[in-house]
Structure formats: structure tokens, C-alpha cells
Design a protein around this ligand. Structure first.
Ligand SMILES: Cc1ncc(COP(=O)(O)O)c(C=O)c1O
Length: 451
């Protein structure tokens, strides 16, 4: 056995010479590094952009000092203290903490026993799940991030609802994935425009995001509509990323169908978590359920998810330790009471704003939001929904998010988790505001003539 000997030489002009067993080979010049400070934010950070922050930051206006602020903008049900989680949920975390068993690192995909609990809870004959089909994550946001990262490469595209939750676009663009928006139809209770959806699919489409029940619409898709969505995905062979964080949060007259239970062949990554239904968004417990009855994802996607989960460990171990009790011991009345509260606020807000000239609220069927259309032609003083909602803060101290935040101008979103008396007061202030600024057709014409 002969050992080759190498000598690598670099002269003062950065010329590189490799000597192998005495024979010299020149590799030419390499760039020398001249040390100097040039620390720049990465391309990824520059491509990361949260439209809500960008729009809200331009809306910094002083509220009316004579009216206490009512914020109907944050999708956090805990902010007013009127919707505490259930005592059993708190107790479960106390027990997990006291046990001392949950202070170490958990496996990157979560404890096997917790994955088993989630699998058993969501498993059904039409969409069976086992522990290995569950990945526990840090909130539903990380579930969406991992699902996107495993399904799409930079340069591919994803289909995203408009209006829709802004995180999809924020994550995709920062990963170099293109976003194509498909339309939801307010006149059809925010069903998907299926023709438009299908027209967007191309060779680079990596997945279709379906958010049901919806933020910001509060809409809930019927079984037959979900079947039609699945038919598009099946025809086009596009997997679905189902954002079901508001799963089961539907009002009594309506039924929630997890999309995977209706799928015969389309593979689905369903993202969910504790944040909304259990009213503990700060606890950062989420999950991905891998529904793949035809073995289309196979090991490829499951292994990919496991690898991605290893970048940063998922949810807090204390909450993992409490998960079994949270899921099994939360009494049915807790879910029921939350939903009747939301439904009552939804009715109240819908009825009040329906009576306001110039506004077109769309009745929600679930989640915790209501979208309101603004007939901008009757409010000629305001250029758009951002100007409208900005002035609403400054005159009435009521803050609603302009739906431009959800890629849907000329609407605003109301959060329904506020205490009832605040909801009533907010609606009456919105009414006062609209009455003050509404211009009937004649008024609008006058303004045209004034120009
Ligand atoms: C539609 C939707 N998906 C995902 C999330 C993120 O949930 P989490 O707080 O568990 O990350 C939210 C939060 O508001 C949401 O509205």
C-alpha cells in the first residue's frame, strides 16, 4: 500500500499550488479575505415580512381621549380575562410540573405517549391515526412551518386562501416558495371559488392550504364543499395542508368535518393545537396529523418531518406532560360554554352591524371572527379599509384590523372574544362613526362635483 503525500502552498499573491508526490499543480488564485466588519442581516431575514405588522405600524393614531379604547384586533382569547381555560386544564399542568417528570428533553417529535393520546383522540375509521402519524410542535404555527418545509422546495408554489391568515405567506416567502392566492366568495359564506382554485394549479404547485374553520372569515365549510375541494386536489394530484386550529369550534347549527375524514385518496397534513379550543395560545402546543390512507406520502414525508423536527425541539415538556389529562378531562360544558359565548357575540355583532348603512357583515358559523364589508363608495372620504379603520380609532377608540392584512381590501375583521358589554359598546360606536361619514348616492355625487 502506497501513501500519497500532498503539500498545499499559497504564495503572497494568493496563488495556490498543490504538490502530489513531488509533482506540482497550480490551482490559480483564491480570494483572500481582508478582515473588516461587514455584518449584514441575511437574505432570509429580509424576505421575512409580516403584513399585519407592516399595516398596523402605519396605523399609529391617537385614540379619542374621551373614549376608552376597545381593541377588536387580536386573535388572542385571553386578553380580556373573560374566557379563562378550564380548571382541569390548569390542574393538569400543575400535576405535570409537580411530578418532576417533565424537566428533561423530549424526543424531537414529542413523547411517544403524547403522540399516542393525540392519535387516539383524532383517529376515526375514515381517517385512522397511529402515534407515528403525529408530530408535536411548538404551536400550530410550527406545525404549518414544518408542513410547508417538507412539502415545498424553493421555486415551487403553494395555493393560499384570500382572505386568509397571513402566516402562510410570511413563512412561504421567507423560504423562497411562491404564493398563489385563490379567492373565497363572501356571497357564498366564504366558500372557495373552485374554478379559480383549479386554474392556479401548475407543474410547480406543491400543496393546497385549506383553512377550516377560517381566520379571518369565521366560515365553516359544508361536507359537500369539502368534497369538491378534495375532488380538485385529487384531479390535480396536489396534497393538502389543512389548517384546522379552529377545528370543532363551530356553532350549534353547523357540523365540523375534518377534511381528512372525507378524503379517499388525497394525502393531508392536518395542523392543529391547543391554542384556540382550549384557550391557551401562550402554551405553544400544536401538532401535525399525517393522513395518508393510500400511502402517497409514504416514508418520504414522514421521515422528512422527523428530520425537520430535529432542527429545534418542539413543544414545552410540561405541557406535553399535561396533554393526556387536558384532552381527556376537559368537560364537554367547557367547549359548549365557549361556543355559546362566541355565538351570542357573533349574533349580537352581526345584527347590530347589519343595520348600519354602508356596512355588509358576513354571518360567521364558527371560529372567533366576523368579517365586515365596507361599501367604500359611501365613504368617499376614506381611500381604503386602512384609512377607514384608522379614523375609527381616532374618533371612536375602536380598533379593528383592516382586511388588507388578509390580502382582502375593503373589509375589516372583528374579534368576537371580547366581553359582551364591550361588543355592544363597540358596535354602537361603529354605528355612530358610519352615520357620521356615510354619504348616500347624492352625497357621493356632490363630492364628485366638488372636485
Ligand atoms: C388560522 C390560524 N392558523 C394558525 C394559527 C397559529 O396558532 P398557534 O398560536 O398555535 O401557533 C392561528 C393563530 O391565530 C390561526 O388563526
Amino acid at each position: 500500500l502506497r501513501m500519497d503525500s500532498y503539500l498545499i502552498q499559497m504564495n503572497g499573491n494568493s496563488d495556490v499550488h498543490v504538490h502530489r508526490n513531488g509533482n506540482s499543480l497550480s490551482l490559480g488564485k483564491v480570494k483572500s479575505r481582508k478582515p473588516r466588519w461587514a455584518v449584514r442581516a441575511s437574505e432570509m431575514s429580509k424576505k421575512t415580512f409580516n403584513p399585519i405588522r407592516a399595516i398596523v405600524d402605519t396605523m399609529k393614531v391617537e385614540p379619542n381621549p374621551n373614549k376608552p379604547m376597545i381593541s377588536l384586533s387580536l386573535g388572542d382569547p385571553t386578553v380580556f380575562g373573560n374566557l379563562p381555560t378550564d380548571d382541569e386544564v390548569i390542574q393538569a399542568v400543575k400535576e405535570a410540573l409537580d411530578s418532576g417528570n417533565y424537566n428533561g428533553y423530549a424526543p424531537s417529535v414529542g413523547y411517544q405517549s403524547c403522540r399516542q393520546v393525540v392519535a387516539a383522540y383524532y383517529s376515526c375509521p375514515e381517517a385512522p391515526l397511529e402515534a407515528q402519524d403525529v408530530i408535536l410542535t411548538s404551536g400550530c404555527s410550527q406545525a404549518i412551518e414544518l408542513a410547508l418545509a417538507v412539502l415545498a422546495n424553493p421555486g415551487q408554489n403553494i395555493l393560499v386562501p384570500r382572505p386568509g391568515f397571513s402566516l402562510y405567506k410570511t413563512l412561504a416567502l421567507s423560504m423562497g416558495i411562491e404564493v398563489k392566492f385563490y379567492n373565497l366568495l363572501p356571497e357564498k359564506s366564504w366558500e372557495i371559488d373552485l374554478k379559480h382554485l383549479e386554474s392556479l394549479v401548475d407543474a410547480k404547485t406543491a400543496c393546497l392550504i385549506v383553512n377550516n374553520p377560517s381566520n379571518p372569515c369565521g366560515s365553516v365549510f359544508s361536507k359537500s364543499h369539502l368534497q369538491k375541494i378534495l375532488a380538485v386536489a385529487s384531479r390535480q394530484c396536489v396534497p393538502i395542508l389543512a389548517d384546522e386550529i379552529y377545528g370543532d369550534m363551530v356553532f350549534a347549527e353547523c357540523k365540523y368535518e375534518p377534511i381528512a375524514t372525507l378524503s379517499t385518496n388525497v394525502p393531508i397534513l392536518s395542523c392543529g393545537g391547543l391554542a384556540k379550543r382550549w384557550l391557551v395560545p401562550g402554551w405553544r402546543m400544536g401538532w401535525i396529523l399525517v393522513n395518508d390512507r393510500r400511502d402517497i406520502f409514504g416514508n418520504e414525508i414522514r421521515d422528512g418531518l422527523v428530520s425537520l423536527s430535529q432542527r429545534i425541539l418542539g413543544p414545552c415538556t410540561i405541557v406535553q406532560g399535561a396533554l393526556e389529562h387536558i384532552i381527556h378531562r376537559t368537560p364537554p360544558e367547557f367547549y359548549h360554554n365557549t361556543l355559546s359565548f362566541l355565538k351570542s357575540n357573533a349574533d349580537l355583532c352581526y345584527v347590530a352591524l347589519s343595520a348600519v348603512s354602508g356596512l355588509q357583515p358576513v354571518r360567521p358559523s364558527g371560529a372567533m371572527y366576523l368579517m365586515v364589508g365596507i361599501e367604500m363608495e359611501h365613504f368617499p372620504k376614506f381611500e381604503n379599509d386602512v384609512e377607514f379603520t384608522k379614523q375609527l380609532i381616532s374618533e371612536q377608540s375602536v380598533f379593528c384590523l383592516p382586511a388588507s392584512c388578509f390580502e382582502y381590501p375593503n373589509f375589516f375583521r372583528v374579534v368576537l372574544t371580547v366581553p359582551e358589554e364591550m361588543m355592544v359598546e363597540a358596535c354602537s360606536r361603529i354605528q355612530e362613526f358610519c352615520e357620521r361619514h356615510y354619504q348616500g348616492n347624492e352625497g357621493a355625487q356632490d363630492l364628485e362635483c366638488d372636485k
